[in-house]
Design a protein around this ligand. Structure first.
Ligand SMILES: [Zn+2]
Length: 274
Protein backbone atom coordinates (compact mmCIF):
# COMPACT_ATOMS: atom_id res chain seq x y z
CA UNK A 1 0.00 0.00 0.00
CA UNK A 2 1.48 3.32 -0.97
CA UNK A 3 1.04 6.39 1.18
CA UNK A 4 1.78 9.98 0.42
CA UNK A 5 1.02 11.91 3.61
CA UNK A 6 0.99 11.49 7.36
CA UNK A 7 -1.14 13.61 9.66
CA UNK A 8 1.26 13.52 12.62
CA UNK A 9 -1.19 14.94 15.17
CA UNK A 10 -4.89 14.10 14.88
CA UNK A 11 -7.72 13.39 17.31
CA UNK A 12 -10.13 10.97 15.65
CA UNK A 13 -10.17 9.54 19.18
CA UNK A 14 -12.22 12.51 20.47
CA UNK A 15 -15.99 12.34 20.90
CA UNK A 16 -16.44 14.81 18.01
CA UNK A 17 -15.74 11.85 15.68
CA UNK A 18 -17.63 9.12 17.51
CA UNK A 19 -20.41 9.03 14.88
CA UNK A 20 -18.38 8.91 11.70
CA UNK A 21 -14.71 8.06 12.29
CA UNK A 22 -15.11 5.04 9.99
CA UNK A 23 -16.16 7.24 7.07
CA UNK A 24 -13.24 9.59 7.66
CA UNK A 25 -10.73 6.75 7.94
CA UNK A 26 -11.98 5.41 4.59
CA UNK A 27 -11.58 8.81 2.96
CA UNK A 28 -8.02 9.08 4.35
CA UNK A 29 -7.21 5.67 2.87
CA UNK A 30 -8.45 6.87 -0.54
CA UNK A 31 -6.48 10.10 -0.21
CA UNK A 32 -3.35 8.16 0.87
CA UNK A 33 -3.12 9.85 4.25
CA UNK A 34 -1.87 7.98 7.32
CA UNK A 35 -2.86 9.18 10.76
CA UNK A 36 -1.35 9.35 14.24
CA UNK A 37 -4.12 9.87 16.81
CA UNK A 38 -2.93 11.52 19.99
CA UNK A 39 -4.21 10.72 23.47
CA UNK A 40 -5.16 13.47 25.90
CA UNK A 41 -6.37 11.42 28.89
CA UNK A 42 -7.13 7.80 29.79
CA UNK A 43 -10.26 7.48 27.65
CA UNK A 44 -8.88 9.13 24.50
CA UNK A 45 -5.54 7.31 24.84
CA UNK A 46 -7.32 3.98 25.06
CA UNK A 47 -9.47 4.90 22.05
CA UNK A 48 -6.42 5.98 20.02
CA UNK A 49 -4.88 2.54 20.60
CA UNK A 50 -8.12 0.69 19.74
CA UNK A 51 -8.43 2.64 16.47
CA UNK A 52 -4.82 1.80 15.61
CA UNK A 53 -5.33 -1.89 16.31
CA UNK A 54 -8.48 -1.95 14.15
CA UNK A 55 -6.98 0.00 11.25
CA UNK A 56 -3.64 -0.81 9.65
CA UNK A 57 -3.03 2.78 8.52
CA UNK A 58 -3.60 4.38 11.91
CA UNK A 59 -1.08 4.83 14.73
CA UNK A 60 -1.45 6.12 18.27
CA UNK A 61 0.19 8.03 21.09
CA UNK A 62 -0.89 7.86 24.70
CA UNK A 63 -0.60 10.47 27.42
CA UNK A 64 -2.13 13.28 29.46
CA UNK A 65 -2.68 16.70 27.89
CA UNK A 66 -1.37 19.42 30.25
CA UNK A 67 -4.81 21.04 30.45
CA UNK A 68 -6.15 17.76 31.80
CA UNK A 69 -3.66 17.67 34.66
CA UNK A 70 -5.38 20.64 36.36
CA UNK A 71 -8.77 21.46 34.89
CA UNK A 72 -11.13 20.21 32.24
CA UNK A 73 -10.40 21.00 28.62
CA UNK A 74 -13.24 23.35 27.51
CA UNK A 75 -13.09 21.78 24.02
CA UNK A 76 -13.47 18.28 25.43
CA UNK A 77 -17.18 17.54 25.10
CA UNK A 78 -16.79 14.49 27.31
CA UNK A 79 -15.42 16.68 30.12
CA UNK A 80 -13.59 13.92 31.94
CA UNK A 81 -12.12 14.65 35.36
CA UNK A 82 -8.52 15.93 35.57
CA UNK A 83 -5.62 13.50 36.06
CA UNK A 84 -3.40 15.31 38.54
CA UNK A 85 -1.19 12.27 39.02
CA UNK A 86 0.05 10.23 36.09
CA UNK A 87 -1.12 6.61 36.21
CA UNK A 88 2.20 5.20 35.02
CA UNK A 89 1.16 1.55 34.90
CA UNK A 90 -2.05 2.27 32.99
CA UNK A 91 -0.24 4.25 30.31
CA UNK A 92 2.71 1.86 30.24
CA UNK A 93 0.42 -1.06 29.42
CA UNK A 94 -1.13 0.89 26.53
CA UNK A 95 2.20 2.24 25.31
CA UNK A 96 3.85 -1.16 24.90
CA UNK A 97 1.55 -1.86 21.94
CA UNK A 98 3.60 -1.73 18.73
CA UNK A 99 1.12 0.69 17.10
CA UNK A 100 1.91 3.27 19.80
CA UNK A 101 4.60 5.46 18.27
CA UNK A 102 5.08 8.04 21.03
CA UNK A 103 4.07 9.47 24.40
CA UNK A 104 1.81 12.51 24.71
CA UNK A 105 0.54 15.02 24.19
CA UNK A 106 2.27 16.39 27.25
CA UNK A 107 3.98 19.59 28.37
CA UNK A 108 2.78 22.94 29.66
CA UNK A 109 -0.40 24.90 29.00
CA UNK A 110 -0.50 28.41 30.47
CA UNK A 111 -3.34 29.46 28.19
CA UNK A 112 -6.09 27.47 29.90
CA UNK A 113 -4.30 27.01 33.23
CA UNK A 114 -2.51 29.69 35.24
CA UNK A 115 1.28 29.42 35.34
CA UNK A 116 0.94 29.13 39.11
CA UNK A 117 0.16 25.46 38.34
CA UNK A 118 3.67 24.99 36.92
CA UNK A 119 4.65 22.52 39.64
CA UNK A 120 1.63 20.29 39.15
CA UNK A 121 1.99 20.33 35.36
CA UNK A 122 5.72 19.63 35.70
CA UNK A 123 5.14 16.54 37.78
CA UNK A 124 2.84 14.92 35.21
CA UNK A 125 5.19 15.97 32.40
CA UNK A 126 8.20 14.42 34.16
CA UNK A 127 6.35 11.12 34.60
CA UNK A 128 5.59 11.03 30.88
CA UNK A 129 9.23 11.75 30.02
CA UNK A 130 10.19 8.82 32.28
CA UNK A 131 7.78 6.55 30.39
CA UNK A 132 9.13 7.73 27.04
CA UNK A 133 12.69 7.07 28.28
CA UNK A 134 11.80 3.62 29.53
CA UNK A 135 10.07 2.53 26.31
CA UNK A 136 12.34 4.56 24.01
CA UNK A 137 9.43 6.23 22.25
CA UNK A 138 9.44 9.93 21.22
CA UNK A 139 7.53 12.68 23.03
CA UNK A 140 4.68 14.71 21.54
CA UNK A 141 4.83 18.14 23.20
CA UNK A 142 1.94 20.54 23.73
CA UNK A 143 3.31 23.96 24.74
CA UNK A 144 1.15 27.05 24.99
CA UNK A 145 1.79 30.44 26.50
CA UNK A 146 -0.71 32.72 28.25
CA UNK A 147 -3.11 34.91 26.23
CA UNK A 148 -1.10 38.08 26.82
CA UNK A 149 2.30 36.34 26.63
CA UNK A 150 3.06 37.36 30.22
CA UNK A 151 4.35 35.06 32.95
CA UNK A 152 6.19 31.77 32.50
CA UNK A 153 7.14 30.66 28.99
CA UNK A 154 5.98 27.12 28.20
CA UNK A 155 8.74 26.62 25.60
CA UNK A 156 11.55 27.67 27.93
CA UNK A 157 10.11 25.54 30.73
CA UNK A 158 10.00 22.46 28.47
CA UNK A 159 13.49 23.05 27.07
CA UNK A 160 14.99 23.34 30.57
CA UNK A 161 13.46 20.01 31.57
CA UNK A 162 14.11 18.11 28.34
CA UNK A 163 17.81 19.08 28.36
CA UNK A 164 18.25 17.29 31.68
CA UNK A 165 15.62 14.55 31.71
CA UNK A 166 14.83 13.34 28.21
CA UNK A 167 16.71 10.45 26.66
CA UNK A 168 14.44 10.39 23.63
CA UNK A 169 13.62 12.73 20.79
CA UNK A 170 10.25 14.27 20.09
CA UNK A 171 8.23 17.00 18.46
CA UNK A 172 6.81 20.36 19.57
CA UNK A 173 3.31 20.30 18.07
CA UNK A 174 1.34 23.37 16.84
CA UNK A 175 4.62 25.26 17.08
CA UNK A 176 4.16 28.86 18.20
CA UNK A 177 7.47 29.60 19.92
CA UNK A 178 10.24 31.85 18.62
CA UNK A 179 12.82 30.83 16.04
CA UNK A 180 15.54 30.98 18.73
CA UNK A 181 13.57 28.46 20.78
CA UNK A 182 13.03 26.29 17.69
CA UNK A 183 16.80 26.20 17.20
CA UNK A 184 17.22 24.92 20.76
CA UNK A 185 14.70 22.18 20.02
CA UNK A 186 16.59 21.26 16.83
CA UNK A 187 19.84 21.04 18.81
CA UNK A 188 18.16 18.49 21.10
CA UNK A 189 17.00 16.55 18.04
CA UNK A 190 13.41 17.74 18.43
CA UNK A 191 11.28 18.62 15.42
CA UNK A 192 8.42 21.15 15.21
CA UNK A 193 5.06 20.71 13.50
CA UNK A 194 2.51 23.06 11.95
CA UNK A 195 -1.27 22.90 11.54
CA UNK A 196 -3.81 24.41 9.14
CA UNK A 197 -3.42 27.70 10.99
CA UNK A 198 -0.42 28.45 8.73
CA UNK A 199 -2.77 28.73 5.75
CA UNK A 200 -4.38 31.84 7.21
CA UNK A 201 -2.07 33.29 9.90
CA UNK A 202 1.07 35.17 8.86
CA UNK A 203 3.21 34.97 12.04
CA UNK A 204 4.30 31.37 11.27
CA UNK A 205 5.83 32.18 7.91
CA UNK A 206 9.24 33.37 9.07
CA UNK A 207 9.86 30.28 11.19
CA UNK A 208 8.73 27.94 8.41
CA UNK A 209 11.00 29.75 5.97
CA UNK A 210 14.01 29.43 8.28
CA UNK A 211 13.49 25.92 9.68
CA UNK A 212 15.41 23.10 8.00
CA UNK A 213 13.01 21.05 5.87
CA UNK A 214 14.09 17.83 7.57
CA UNK A 215 13.06 19.14 11.02
CA UNK A 216 9.37 19.89 10.39
CA UNK A 217 6.09 18.00 10.09
CA UNK A 218 2.56 18.68 8.87
CA UNK A 219 -0.40 17.98 11.13
CA UNK A 220 -4.07 18.94 11.46
CA UNK A 221 -4.83 18.79 15.22
CA UNK A 222 -8.32 17.88 14.00
CA UNK A 223 -11.16 18.52 14.86
CA UNK A 224 -9.63 21.99 15.41
CA UNK A 225 -8.28 24.61 12.94
CA UNK A 226 -9.34 23.47 9.47
CA UNK A 227 -7.05 24.97 6.81
CA UNK A 228 -8.12 27.19 3.93
CA UNK A 229 -10.26 26.33 1.88
CA UNK A 230 -12.15 24.39 4.57
CA UNK A 231 -12.24 27.03 7.32
CA UNK A 232 -15.34 26.89 9.46
CA UNK A 233 -15.77 23.14 8.86
CA UNK A 234 -14.75 20.45 11.31
CA UNK A 235 -11.13 19.65 10.50
CA UNK A 236 -10.30 16.10 9.26
CA UNK A 237 -6.92 14.40 8.73
CA UNK A 238 -6.98 14.36 4.91
CA UNK A 239 -6.91 18.18 5.05
CA UNK A 240 -3.23 17.84 6.04
CA UNK A 241 -2.51 18.03 2.30
CA UNK A 242 -3.21 21.78 2.49
CA UNK A 243 -0.62 22.14 5.26
CA UNK A 244 2.01 20.31 3.19
CA UNK A 245 1.19 22.55 0.20
CA UNK A 246 1.46 25.73 2.26
CA UNK A 247 4.85 24.71 3.68
CA UNK A 248 6.11 24.23 0.11
CA UNK A 249 4.66 27.58 -0.94
CA UNK A 250 6.20 29.48 2.01
CA UNK A 251 9.60 27.87 1.46
CA UNK A 252 9.37 28.40 -2.31
CA UNK A 253 10.10 24.71 -2.94
CA UNK A 254 8.67 22.05 -5.22
CA UNK A 255 5.48 20.59 -3.70
CA UNK A 256 6.30 17.00 -4.55
CA UNK A 257 9.79 17.27 -3.06
CA UNK A 258 8.40 18.80 0.15
CA UNK A 259 5.72 16.10 0.37
CA UNK A 260 8.34 13.34 0.11
CA UNK A 261 10.57 14.96 2.72
CA UNK A 262 7.75 15.56 5.23
CA UNK A 263 6.66 11.94 4.84
CA UNK A 264 10.25 10.81 5.47
CA UNK A 265 10.58 13.06 8.53
CA UNK A 266 7.52 11.49 10.16
CA UNK A 267 8.56 7.96 9.25
CA UNK A 268 11.97 8.57 10.77
CA UNK A 269 10.92 10.11 14.08
CA UNK A 270 7.97 7.81 14.70
CA UNK A 271 9.58 4.72 13.12
CA UNK A 272 6.66 4.17 10.78
CA UNK A 273 7.68 1.77 8.05
CA UNK A 274 5.52 1.92 4.96
ZN1 LIG B 1 -3.71 17.85 20.12
Amino acid sequence: MSFKYIDTHAHLNLAQFSEDSGVIIKRCLEEEVRIINIGTNKVTSQRAVSLAIENETLFAMVGVHPINTISVDPDDIEALPPEDTFDYDFYRTLATNEKVVGIGECGFDYFHNSDSTYKEQREVFLAQIALANELQKPLMLHLRNSKDGQGRNAYDDALDILKVEAKVRGNAHFYAGTYEQAQLFFELGYTVSFTGVITFAKPYEEIIRQAPLDMIHGETDCPYVAPIPYRGQRCEPWMVKEVYKKIAEIKGLDEEMVREQLLKNAQKLYKIII
